[in-house]
Write a protein that binds this ligand. Sequence first.
Ligand SMILES: NC(=O)c1ccc[n+]([C@@H]2O[C@H](COP(=O)([O-])OP(=O)(O)OC[C@H]3O[C@@H](n4cnc5c(N)ncnc54)[C@H](OP(=O)(O)O)[C@@H]3O)[C@@H](O)[C@H]2O)c1
Length: 362
Amino acid sequence: MALNSFQTSGNSPGDRDARCHVGLLGFGTVGAVLARRLTGADPVPPLVLTHIYDRRARDKRARESAPLNNLTWVEHFDDLLASDTDVIVEALSAGEPAVDYVRAALLAGKSVVTASRQVMAHHGPALLTLAERQGRQLRYEAAAGGAMPIVRALGDGLAGDRVLKIDAILNGTTNAVLTRMESDGCTMEEAIADACARGYAEADPSIDLDGTDAAAKLSILCALAFGLRVRPDAIDTRSSKGVSIDDLRRARLRGGVIRQVAHAAFARPKGVLTAWVAPIFVPDASPLARAYGPQNAAVVTCQHAGEMSMAGQGAGGDAIAVAMIADLRAIARDRAAIVPAPVLVEPHEINGFSEQTFAEAV
Ligand SMILES: NC(=O)c1ccc[n+]([C@@H]2O[C@H](COP(=O)([O-])OP(=O)(O)OC[C@H]3O[C@@H](n4cnc5c(N)ncnc54)[C@H](OP(=O)(O)O)[C@@H]3O)[C@@H](O)[C@H]2O)c1
C-alpha cells in the first residue's frame, strides 16, 4: 500500500509534511465547532483542516466567512477520499451509514477519528483490526464519554491494573434532563425541550432516555476494561422516561438523587459479566451524584489501585470537539504508530439488573 504524503518526508516546522492535513465528515453541531477551532484564532498545530464533506456543503459554505469558506468543501465522499488529507474526522449524524465511510477511509490509507458510539459499539473490533492492518489509526475518545477521557483512562492509564467494576453516567442528554427537572421542578417534556435547544439532545432523544445510547457506550467500555465483546443489545436497559418530579423529591428526602447509571462488573474466574443501564437512586456521597447538566461521570473500581473517579461534559459541540482534537493530536504526534487491535472474548454469561447488583452498584 502506498504511503500518503503525510508519512513520507521530514518533520521540520512549516514543512507541509510536518503538518497533519485533516478532512471533516459532517458539518453539524460537532463538526462546525471542530472546524471553527481548527481554523480559528487559536489553531492547533500541526493540525490543518483542508477539506469539509457534507451533503449540503454548498449551502453551508455560503453561510460561512473566511477562513472556513476558503477551504475545499465537497458533496461527494469520493472527493474527500481522493484528497491529500491524512486523517478523516467522522462527525455525521447518529444513524447515518458512518461505518461505511470509516471503513472506506481506512482502506484509502487515512487514519480516522470518530465520535460515533454506534460505529464503535457495533463495528469497533473489525474496524480496529482493519486500521492495524492498514498501518493507520482509529481513535474514538468522543464515542464513549464526551470530553471525559475514559477511553484513554481505561486503555492506557489503568492498563497496569485490573478493572473490576465501572459505574458511570454516560448519557449527557439524560443527565441534563433529570438534573433540570431536579433543580427547576419542570416536567420531563420541558426538560427535553431545553436539552434540544441547547444542542445536547440527538434528533431522537428517546435513545438517550431509554438507555440504548448508554448501553452502546458501556459495550465500548467493556471491551477496553475487561477485553469483552458485548453486543449493546445484550445489555439490560431500563428507561428513564418514567422518572417523575415526585421520584426526584423522594430521592432528595432519602439523601440522594436519581441518575441514569450504566453499570458493568466482571467476575473473571467465572467469566460472568453483570451489565445494565437504569435510572437508580444515587446517594449524595457518590461522585455520580455531583454530575449536573450534560456532564458524564464515572467511578472505576480496580483490583490494585482501588477506586478512581472522573467527570466531564458529555454532550455539546464544544465538549465533543475537545475529545476529537485530542485524538487528532495523538495521531499527529506519532504518525507511524501501529495500534494493536484488542483481542476480545465473549463473556460466559451476562446478567442484567437486579436489586442485589443495584445495591452493590453505587
Ligand atoms: N451533539 C452532541 O452533543 C454529541 C455528543 C456525543 C457524541 N456525538 C456524536 O457526534 C457525531 C456528530 O453529532 P452531531 O450532533 O454533530 O450531529 P448533527 O448535528 O446531526 O451533524 C451531522 C452533520 O452531518 C451531515 N450529514 C449527515 N449524514 C450525512 C451524509 N450521509 N452525508 C453527508 N453529510 C451528512 C448533516 O447534514 P444535515 O445538516 O443535512 O443534516 C450534519 O451537517 C455523532 O456520531 C454523534 O452521535 C454528538
